[in-house]
Design a protein. Structure first.
Length: 549
C-alpha cells in the first residue's frame, strides 16, 4: 500500500506527520496494519505468517491486556513488524505526556496496553517501503515483555520502546527487552540503534540481548548508529549483560535521567550469545527464510563423516562442516536450485570449541558458475576475529541474482562453519537485478539526474585530491570516465584526463562530501554504488584505498 492523500513524512516509527511547525510541534497518525487488535483482553497471535503487507504487519494498538504475539514469522513488510501500545493521537502533539487519566485529561486508564508479551518471533525484511520503521515498535506500554525474538534486516531500529521524549512520569513502566538476537539492522538510516528507548520507564530492564553487525551505511547521516540508544527522558532503568559486537556505536545516551544503571555490557560473551534469540521450540522458524536450508552442499574437503557439508545448512548450530586440517584453500558452497536476488547472509561460527582461526579472514561469494571461475563478493570478514559462538550477518546490496553461494577462507588457515543461511531480497530491490552493462575500455559521462550537469574534475586538474564538481557539458576529457571492474561486483571510476580514481576523503560517511580523484588503482568511493550515477556532489576532497560497490 502506498501513502495516499497527503503523502508520507515519517515522524518516527512509521507514525506519519499530519501537521507540524518550525518549533518542532508535530502531530502524527498511526499507520494501518494487516491485523489490528484494540480494546481486547486475552488475545493470542501464535504461529502465524505475516508477509508482503503494505504497512505494519500486526498492531496491538490500545486497550489490549494480557495478550501475546508468539512464534510468528514476519517477513517482507512495508513498515513495522509489530506495533504495540499508544503513541500519539492525531489531535495530541507527539511530545505530550501520556499518563491517563491525568494526561491527556479524561483519558481512560484502561486504554494503556498492559501485560502483553511479544516473544519468540522471527522478524526480517521489514521497512521495505517506509524506512523509518522497526521490527517491534512499542509506545507507551506497561508491563510488556519483548523477549527471545530474532530480528534482522531492518533499515532502522530492531526494537523501539517508548514515546514522548519526556522525563516526567508517564504510562511506561516495568517492561522487559531481554534475550533478543539482533543483527544487520540500522542498515539504511541513522540516529537510532538496534534497541532504541524513549522517556521515563521505571522498573524496565534491557538485559541479555545479543546485538551484532550494526554498521553505518555510506548514505547515513552523522548521528548515532549504535547497539543501544537511550534517548531523551530515559530514566529509572537497568541495562545489563548485553553483548554488542561489531556495532558502529556502543551505548548512546542523550538527555537521560540520573537513575540509569549500566552493568556488564560487553563486546563478547558466549553464554549470552547462546541464550539469545528463539527458544528451542521456535528455532525451526529460521529455516523459513533460509534459501540454503537443506539444499545440496559441497566443499573443498571433509574432515570425517561427522562434519560433512550438509551439516552447515541444516538449521542446527550444534553441528557443522569442517575441512581437513591440511586444507589451505578451504571452501564450502551451496546450490540454491535457481538464481535469486539475495538480501542477507548469516554465518554462525563454531559453538562448542574456541577456534579463533575459524572466525576471521573469509569471504561470502555469489556466482552462477558452480566452479566459481567468476564470482561476486557478497560479504567478507577480515583479520578481526569474531567473538566465540557469534554470528556474522550482512546486508547484500548487489543487484544481481545468483544460484550458488560459496564461503571461502582467504588466509590458508583452518575453517569451520556451524550454520549458514542466505535469504532473498524483498521489496523493490528484489526486482532491481542486473550487472552494470559497461565496457572498461569505453569512456562515459556521468550525468546528475536532478541538474542535468556532468561530473567533472575542477579546472581539469591532474593533481591528487583535486575536487570533483558538476558542470555543463564541454566535451573535455576531465568529464569522461572509465568504469572498471575491481573484483566481484566492485568497480573503480577512472578519469580520462588524469588517469586517477574517484575517491572519498578519509572514507567519510558524512552526507555531502566532495569527491576527488586519486592515484591508487584499486581505490574507489562511497559517493554511490556501481549501478547508480556517482555525480551530483559539488564539494569534496579524497583519499585512495577503498573499493566502491
Amino acid at each position: 500500500m502506498e501513502a495516499s492523500n497527503n503523502g508520507y513524512l515519517n515522524g518516527q516509527g512509521g507514525n506519519y506527520n499530519v501537521s507540524s511547525d518550525t518549533s518542532n510541534h508535530q502531530f502524527v497518525a498511526r499507520p494501518p496494519a494487516g491485523v489490528q487488535a484494540a480494546d481486547a483482553d486475552r488475545v493470542s497471535f501464535t504461529g502465524n505468517t505475516f508477509t508482503q503487507l503494505g504497512a505494519s504487519a500486526l498492531d496491538l494498538s490500545h486497550g489490549v491486556h494480557d495478550s501475546t504475539a508468539t512464534g510468528n514469522y514476519i517477513s517482507d513488510i512495508a513498515g513495522n513488524g509489530v506495533m504495540v501500545g499508544k503513541f500519539s493521537d492525531p489531535t495530541v502533539e507527539m511530545h505530550t505526556i501520556y499518563n491517563p487519566p491525568t494526561s491527556p485529561t479524561g483519558e481512560d486508564a484502561r486504554e494503556v496496553v498492559k501485560n502483553v508479551t511479544v516473544k519468540d518471533n522471527l522478524i526480517t525484511r521489514i521497512g521495505q517501503d517506509y524506512l523509518g520503521t522497526a521490527g517491534i515498535d512499542a509506545g507507551f506500554v506497561n508491563n510488556t515483555t519483548i523477549d527471545h525474538n530474532d530480528i534482522s534486516d531492518t533499515p532502522w531500529a530492531a526494537i523501539s520502546l517508548g514515546w514522548g521524549w519526556q522525563s516526567a512520569a508517564n504510562a511506561e513502566g516495568n517492561n522487559s527487552i531481554s534475550f533478543n538476537r539482533i543483527g544487520n539492522v540500522m542498515n539504511r538510516l541513522c540516529d537510532s540503534a538496534a534497541i532504541y528507548h524513549l522517556s521515563n520507564d521505571p522498573g524496565t530492564v534491557i538485559n541479555g540481548n545479543y546485538i551484532h553487525d550494526v554498521v553505518r551505511s555510506p548514505a547515513d547521516c552523522t548521528s548515532a548508529v549504535a547497539g543501544l540508544y537511550l534517548d531523551e527522558g530515559s530514566n529509572n532503568m537497568t541495562v545489563s549483560n548485553n553483548v554488542l559486537s561489531h556495532t558502529d556505536g556502543f551505548i548512546n545516551q542523550n538527555r537521560n535521567g540520573s537513575s540509569i544503571t549500566l552493568t556488564n555490557n560487553t563486546t563478547s560473551g558466549d553464554a549470552v550469545i547462546k541464550a539469545s534469540g528463539l527458544e528451542p521450540a521456535y528455532q525451526g522458524l529460521t529455516a523459513k527464510a533460509n534459501l540454503a536450508y537443506n539444499r545440496p552442499a559441497s566443499s573443498s574437503s571433509v574432515n570425517g563423516s561427522s562434519w560433512v557439508p550438509a551439516r552447515a545448512n541444516d538449521n542446527n548450530g550444534a553441528t557443522g562442516w569442517s575441512p581437513t586440517g591440511t586444507d589451505t584453500s578451504a571452501w564450502w558452497q551451496v546450490d540454491l536450485g535457481q538464481s535469486y536476488q539475495l538480501g542477507q547472509f548469516a554465518l554462525t561460527t563454531r559453538q562448542d570449541l574456541d577456534q579463533t582461526a575459524t572466525r576471521s579472514n573469509f569471504e561470502i561469494r555469489g556466482s552462477n558458475d558452480p566452479s566459481f571461475a567468476t564470482y561476486t563478493v557478497l560479504g567478507r570478514q577480515g583479520a578481526t576475529t569474531l567473538p566465540l559462538a557469534s554470528t556474522l550477518t550482512g546486508d547484500i546490496d548487489v543487484r544481481r541474482a545468483f544460484r550458488y553461494v560459496r564461503v571461502a577462507k582467504t588466509d590458508g588457515g583452518y575453517f569451520f562453519i556451524a550454520d549458514f543461511s542466505v535469504q532473498q531480497a524483498g521489496g523493490a530491490q528484489a526486482t532491481a537485478t542486473g550487472t552494470p552493462n559497461t565496457d572498461p575500455s569505453t569512456f562515459y559521462t556521468i550525468k546528475n539526474a536532478n541538474s542535468g550537469l556532468l561530473m567533472d574534475v575542477s579546472g581539469a586538474s591532474t593533481a591528487d585530491s583535486a575536487g570533483v564538481i558538476q558542470s555543463t557539458s564541454t566535451g573535455s576529457a576531465s568529464q569522461q570516465w572509465n568504469i572498471v571492474p575491481v573484483s566481484g561486483q566492485l568497480f573503480k571510476i577512472v578519469n580520462r584526463n588524469s588517469g586517477k580514481v574517484l575517491d572519498m576523503n578519509a572514507s567519510s560517511h558524512r552526507r555531502g562530501p566532495r569527491c576527488s580523484s586519486s592515484p591508487t588503482a584499486a581505490a574507489t568511493t562511497s559517493c554511490g554504488t556501481s549501478n547508480r550515477p556517482a555525480a551530483g556532489s559539488s564539494s569534496a576532497t579524497s583519499r585512495a584505498g577503498r573499493p566502491w560497490r
